[in-house]
Design a protein around this ligand. Structure first.
Ligand code: CIR
Length: 265
């Protein structure tokens, strides 16, 4: 089996804007500290770079408080990229800001442009064999159907799955660990969507660390979830912990902070 779902030469990130304090959140657990978020963000970028990848750091976009969460603006595949149409009205314009960055790196960039289509990258998990998309408050059936049609000729099959109620994105509750293994909360795995994959569950009470990323030889996960970290280490993964307390106040985790890809030469 290949490993193109977790080996990448590039990542795109965007510096947190001062307006992040107005970012979207399901529950108000306090105002994020911009200084601490910047520290965590630079630790995150350093970790990605330590694998040898090229990491683009885009300037902050004050008009869009949530723009640090670049993952939601695009789906990056080996054959090309697709610019999303975020379902959060305050985030819709972030996708257009990302499009030229992708055009500079990819030969082919497509766009979700149906007026009724909404889809955010956080709802999409690309594995070695399929693209899983969770319908959510941000991603609707029209968005999923349009994306499926737009990537079919690149050889990617879409499977619609379920985002648990009250959970922001499908990937809030799961991550790819390698070609056949997923890190998932028990509540998401219980839906049966990972049949055929090996699944490692987050430890009880540590559901908030399900959003991790496998990036080359490393698994980046939020700091402070020791029991899940120990499970991953015991399973043989090279784990790097990154502070995520400030992004967590805005329902963000490791995957949201980057687009990860290998553009076709
Ligand atoms: C939002 O609600 O859109 C942001 N505050 C958090 C986005 C997190 N993105 C992600 O999980 N891919």
């Amino acid at each position: 089996m290949s490993d193109r779902s977790f080996r990448f030469t590039h990542a795109i990130t965007r510096r947190p804007a001062a307006s992040i304090i107005n970012g979207l959140r399901a529950v108000d657990t306090g105002t994020p500290s911009l200084a601490l978020m910047r520290q965590h963000h630079s630790d995150y970028i350093a970790a990605l770079r330590s694998t040898g990848a090229t990491v683009v750091e885009l300037d902050a976009l004050e008009t869009f408080p949530d723009s640090v969460f670049v993952e939601d603006t695009a789906l990056c595949l080996p054959e090309g990229a697709v610019v999303m149409r975020p379902g959060a009205p305050t985030r819709l314009g972030e996708a257009a800001e990302m499009a030229p960055q992708l055009t500079a790196l990819y030969a082919e960039v497509r766009r979700i442009d149906g007026a009724d289509s909404f889809i955010e990258g956080g709802d999409i998990l690309t594995t070695e064999t399929e693209v899983l998309i969770g319908r959510s408050a941000r991603t609707n059936g029209a968005g999923i159907a349009e994306l499926a049609a737009k990537i079919a000729d690149w050889g990617h099959e879409v499977r619609e799955v379920f985002t648990p109620p009250g959970v922001l994105h499908f990937k809030t509750d799961c991550s790819l660990l390698d070609a056949e293994t997923i890190l998932s909360t028990q509540r998401l795995d219980a839906s049966g969507c990972f049949k055929g994959y090996k699944v490692i569950h987050t430890a009880e009470g540590e559901e908030a660390c399900a959003n991790a990323i496998r990036f080359n030889d490393m698994v980046l996960m939020p700091a402070g979830f020791e029991r899940t970290r120990d499970k991953l280490v015991a399973a043989g993964y090279g784990v790097r912990e990154i502070g995520n307390t400030e992004c967590a106040k805005l329902d963000g985790g490791m995957s949201c902070l980057s687009l990860r890809f290998t553009p076709k030469a």
